[in-house]
Design a protein around this ligand. Structure first.
Ligand code: WQD
Length: 333
């Protein structure tokens, strides 16, 4: 299984996964409609890998285009990242999210059916757990109503895969990806005001934002701020290689989910402190109101991925906050 179509392959997680696929002997073919990234990422990928990748500026909702690409490139497996992913935006624009995230998934599955391709890794999310009863949360935890249309598109995505017989699929439930490739040539590239914590921290440290607002410090946690399982994006990317290997080694598998997290939970204030200490920077922040839809605490039990995928996060918080800052500094340059 060499030729792998990476939808959303110029996005934050997609680009880092293209590097790891290439490093492991796969031939990644990239499709991206550039709605949430920049074509410069392709140049950076070619710089990192010293290889020119096949790239298609197409929308996954265009089933005919997808079908042709699957045929032309003799695709054997797909990693499906292409989706909108801003929790807050999805609350404001639910139809946009259902049209793109669900429409894109069904379009891809139709194209796969057209070409007799069954192997798929799906980019899912810990948001499928909603507010879990306790953490660490494992894959057997009840799926609760997600706190946002974004989370519901991930829940529906998994349901659609379970309903489609004949597929060989793995859904990876990401926790909170942060950090950047060691080269600082690729990283998180939010367009406009960042939704996520880490890009807001790095833009504040870079003087692009005057200060960071911590969304609430009255939660039932050690310092009152929310807890998340932050994972280095390179560790997350490597999990996709392991997922492809799992699919190849389990041809009769239909659908399997794995939590991809470190198993460690950190509060917002702990992340700020780590960023300041590792990068020797003072970060201006103030405490604000809670953000609607936020989960109080969630972190992963990732033992299933360790035992069945042979994957475990290797990079720690220091590498995460240092690489995030090095990427921001490169952006400023
Ligand atoms: C983290 C914490 C905020 C910004 C993300 C992705 C989602 C999914 C899960 C993959 C929260 C706090 C944030 C700020 C803050 N990933 N915060 N000030 O909400 O956990 O969701 O991970 O599918 O796609 O969005 O991540 O980084 O937005 O927030 O205090 O300016 O940081 O309240 O507690 P979240 P986040």
């Amino acid at each position: 299984m060499k030729n792998i179509l990476v939808t959303g392959g110029l996005g934050y997680i997609g680009a880092h996964t293209v590097v790891e696929l290439f490093n492991n002997g796969y031939k990644p073919i990239i499709i991206d409609n550039l709605s949430n990234t920049n074509i410069e990422v392709l140049n950076r990928l070619e710089q990192i890998c010293e290889h020119s990748f096949s790239f298609y500026n197409e929308d996954v909702c265009n089933t005919d285009a997808l079908t042709n690409i699957l045929k032309t490139e003799a695709i054997h497996g797909i990693i499906h990242f292409a989706a909108f992913k801003a929790v807050g935006e999805s609350v404001q624009a639910p139809i946009k999210y259902y049209k793109n995230n669900i429409g894109g998934m069904t379009s891809l599955l139709e194209a796969m059916q057209n070409q007799g391709i069954n192997n798929l890794v799906f980019s899912s999310s810990c948001t499928v757990y909603g507010e879990p009863d306790h953490s660490p949360v494992n894959e057997l935890a009840p799926i609760k109503r997600a706190n946002s249309p974004y989370g519901r598109t991930k829940q529906m995505g998994e349901d659609i895969l379970m309903d489609c017989q004949g597929l060989n699929t793995v859904a990876l439930r990401y926790f909170n990806p942060i950090g950047a490739h060691a080269s600082a040539l690729i990283g998180e590239l939010p367009i406009g005001v960042p939704n996520n914590l880490m890009p807001f921290i790095t833009q504040t440290a870079a003087g692009i934002r005057p200060s960071l607002t911590v969304f609430g410090n009255d939660y039932n946690t050690k310092d009152g701020t929310c807890i998340r399982d932050y994972i280095h994006v390179v560790d997350l990317a490597k999990a996709h290689v392991k997922a492809l290997q799992f699919i190849a080694q389990n041809p009769n598998n239909h659908f399997e989910v794995f939590n991809i997290g470190t198993g460690n939970g950190y509060t917002v204030l702990e992340i700020i402190k780590a960023f300041e200490t590792v990068n020797q920077i003072q970060l201006p922040y103030q405490i604000g109101n809670r953000r609607a839809g936020d989960v109080e605490k969630v972190w992963a039990d990732a033992q299933k991925a360790e035992t069945q995928l042979g994957w475990k996060a290797e990079l720690g918080l220091n590498e995460m906050v240092q690489s995030a800052w090095q990427w921001q500094l490169q952006l400023k340059a």
